[in-house]
Design a protein around this ligand. Structure first.
Ligand code: SF4
Length: 285
């Protein structure tokens, strides 16, 4: 059985000291161990950003996608090889900015991938510019007078788009994040973990102290994660109280279940040697 060491590499992360990326990184590796996965049975597709740099620090199959595009790459890989656990690691700018439509389509299609969003409410890698989840009033180089837009609500959007597993983690609680990753990877269908991850260098508004005063665990409330309407109501909570945990969890057929060509046998398991693809080329040229 693989240990944390098997998912580690010699290179050390380049994140700011005490950044909460370190916490999610550890939680992810521990979750893969808990899931009894081997490195060669996992593909992680990374976006661009501080979190995307993790591509160099985890020993699994990896792909560093273009900005905003890790989700379609992950979907393609999963459709080709159902046996791989396919995970996307990306930031809030990547997922809810450049890649917003991919995020919504992945949820609508119920593609069997896990999306872990390091939501630090800014573009940390490029020195803290506002992102789609930045709080109203957040000041940065790209919003010197403060953000005026309404922040995106990823939990409500995922629920409204048909996602079957919708959750929020808090990076200051790595065990909680680990638990969510385990549940999300086991889940058959699209799973979202939006991880609140304070950026200690650039986000002076949403600090760990700010979150500490607000975050509460859904498991310790009377929340029923099978109840869609209650999940929607909880997803609207933000401000004095911020729920973390599983908002909604319900399995249904995944995208590949509607495709008779690959439903029971992944492309990588099929004998394609007798297939002549040249007519297809001609059709497109
Ligand atoms: Fe972490 Fe922010 Fe530094 Fe990026 S800029 S590594 S998110 S503290």
């Amino acid at each position: 059985m693989a240990s944390q060491k098997d998912f580690s590499v010699k290179a050390r992360p380049t994140w700011c000291p005490s950044c909460w990326n370190w916490s999610v990184w550890g939680a992810l590796k521990n979750a893969l161990v808990e899931l009894t996965l081997e490195p060669h049975k996992v593909l992680i597709v990374y976006g661009i950003g501080c979190s995307g740099n993790m591509t160099n620090f985890v020993n699994t199959y990896g792909f560093h996608g273009l900005h905003g595009r890790p989700i379609p790459i992950a979907i393609g890989a999963k459709l080709a090889n159902h046996k791989l656990a396919v995970i996307v690691v990306a930031g809030d700018g990547d997922t809810y900015g450049e890649g917003m439509n991919h995020f919504l389509q992945a949820a609508r299609g119920n593609h069997d991938i896990t999306l872990i969003v390091h939501n630090n409410q800014n573009y940390g890698l490029t020195t803290g510019q506002k992102s789609p989840t930045s709080e109203r009033g957040y000041k940065s180089k790209s919003s010197p007078a403060g953000v005026r837009d309404t922040p995106v609500n990823p939990i409500s959007l995922a629920l409204a788009s048909g996602a079957g597993f919708v959750s929020r983690g808090y990076a200051v609680d790595p065990l909680g994040v680990q638990k969510l990753i385990v549940e999300a990877v086991k889940f058959k269908g699209f799973s979202l973990i939006d991880v609140l991850q304070p950026c200690i260098t650039f986000n002076k508004l949403n600090t760990s102290q700010w979150f500490k005063e607000r975050v509460y665990d859904l498991e310790e409330s009377s929340h029923d994660s099978l109840d869609y309407k209650k999940a929607l109501l909880r997803s609207l909570e933000w401000g004095e109280k911020i729920p973390v945990g599983i908002f909604y969890k319900k399995e249904k057929p995944t995208y590949k279940d509607y495709l008779p060509q690959i439903k029971d046998k992944a492309l990588v398991e099929q004998d394609l040697k007798d297939i002549d693809i040249f007519p297809l080329f001609e059709e497109f040229i």
